[in-house]
Design a protein around this ligand. Structure first.
Ligand code: PHE
Length: 389
């Protein structure tokens, strides 16, 4: 729009400014209202967006707009013209306002349509499950919770020891002196020699927790100690890191019958069956006398494992009466106290109970395996609700 149409601010062109004044102020009737109407309506129709339309509105009916200018000029007209001309200007204003409103609505609608199309959300997408439902507990964690629940019910409390042990707790105090062949059998991971020549080890079993507990607690003792253990060994049923739960009972009167009963009760509760096929075999551990190993009977059908039937056996634990030398090593009098101990392979229990055929998959960190065999956070094992979740 040329500047002079806006009311003559173009001071550098006095002639043009004067002309505008004449047209709008002195002789409003000379303006061709029809032409102005056509011009404005065409501009309104052509406005591409709300901002362009607003500019047209200000230019027409704003304070300094062209129609407002005509209205202001009315007072200068002789009264007989003022009425008809005033009506015509008013009619023009009404028409333009109406056109502005209509165009505004159309543009607003078009803008909304465009936004709706652009912001279109595909509500058919599946909702992402909440982390609590998505996350899984590793079967080992689940089985540890189950064990804890069962033994807590039998009156055992939980004890712990470090994964990095010294020779005394892992071997010597357990009646495995230096040069004892059992040290070789354990495939121990040793740390580098310290200045005094001794070497720390990754504990090869949870039995050192027996020693720590007996040295720090007065009998009667009834504890379990679940945790990680390490041996340099790997095949379908062995991994270099695996899990055990140690059990220890020390009292003035304990015997093998107590041990057998505890293990049977544990297995029934754990496998959730009325009777479990268990086989007690004579064995040897330096820290127990007599010593036994226990196998669980199972049947394998395809990839499924059934407990309590079949004629296959899996060794799940070692146990026995605590050796008098061990009691002496921790300062207990073997004439006054006896006890029993057991060490259960947690990973093997999990394999049997949940039918997972290869132990190595437990620690491969394969998300698909975890999704398949893992447990929901909310499957908290309870004796009343079923420890198997
Ligand atoms: N510590 C033995 C092992 O790791 C198991 C065991 C524990 C045996 C307690 C007897 C008593 O093989």
């Amino acid at each position: 729009m040329p500047r002079r149409d806006k009311g003559g601010h173009d001071k550098g062109d006095k002639g043009a400014w004067a002309t505008t004044l004449i047209i709008t102020m002195s002789k409003p009737e000379q303006i061709d209202l029809d032409k102005l109407e056509q011009e404005l309506l065409a501009a309104i129709e052509a406005a591409a967006d709300l901002r362009a339309l607003e500019q047209i509105r200000v230019g027409a009916v704003g304070k300094k707009g062209r129609i407002s200018g005509l209205m202001k000029g009315l007072g200068a007209l002789p009264p007989e013209q003022r009425k008809t001309y005033g009506q015509a200007v008013n009619a023009l204003k009404a028409k333009v306002m109406e056109a502005l409103e209509a165009r505004k609505e159309a543009l607003a609608q078009a803008e909304l349509d465009a936004r709706l199309a652009a912001e279109n959300a595909d509500i058919s997408l599946p909702v992402r499950p909440a982390p609590l439902l998505e996350g899984r507990l590793h079967p080992i964690s689940q089985v540890m919770d189950e064990l804890t629940e069962i033994f807590a019910d039998l009156g055992f409390s939980i004890a712990e020891g470090p994964d990095i042990e010294d020779d005394f707790h892992n071997f010597t105090a357990l009646n495995i002196p230096p040069e004892h062949p059992a040290r070789q059998e354990h495939d121990t991971f040793y740390f580098n020699e310290r200045q005094d020549g001794s070497r720390l080890v990754l504990r090869t079993h949870t039995s050192p927790v027996q020693i720590r507990t007996m040295m720090s607690t007065k009998p009667p003792i009834r504890i379990i100690a679940p945790g990680r253990v390490y041996r340099c060994d790997s095949d379908q049923t062995h991994t270099p890191m695996f899990h055990q739960v140690e059990g220890l009972v020390i009292d003035q009167e304990t015997h093998l019958g107590h041990l057998k009963w505890v293990l049977q009760e544990f297995c029934k509760a754990f496998f959730e069956v009325d009777s479990v096929k268990m086989r007690f075999r004579a064995s040897h551990f330096p820290f127990t006398e007599p010593s036994l190993e226990v196998d669980i009977g199972y049947a394998k059908q395809g990839n499924e494992i059934r407990i309590g039937e079949g004629d296959q056996w899996l060794e799940i634990l070692g146990c026995g009466m605590v050796h008098p030398n061990v009691l002496k090593n921790v300062g207990l009098d073997p004439a006054q106290y006896q006890g029993f101990a057991f060490g259960v392979g947690i990973d093997r229990l999990a394999m049997l109970k949940y039918g997972m055929p290869d132990l190595r998959a437990f620690f491969a960190a394969d998300l698909r395996w975890l999704k398949h065999y893992g447990f929901s956070m909310l499957d908290v094992p309870t004796l009343s609700g079923g420890v198997g979740a």
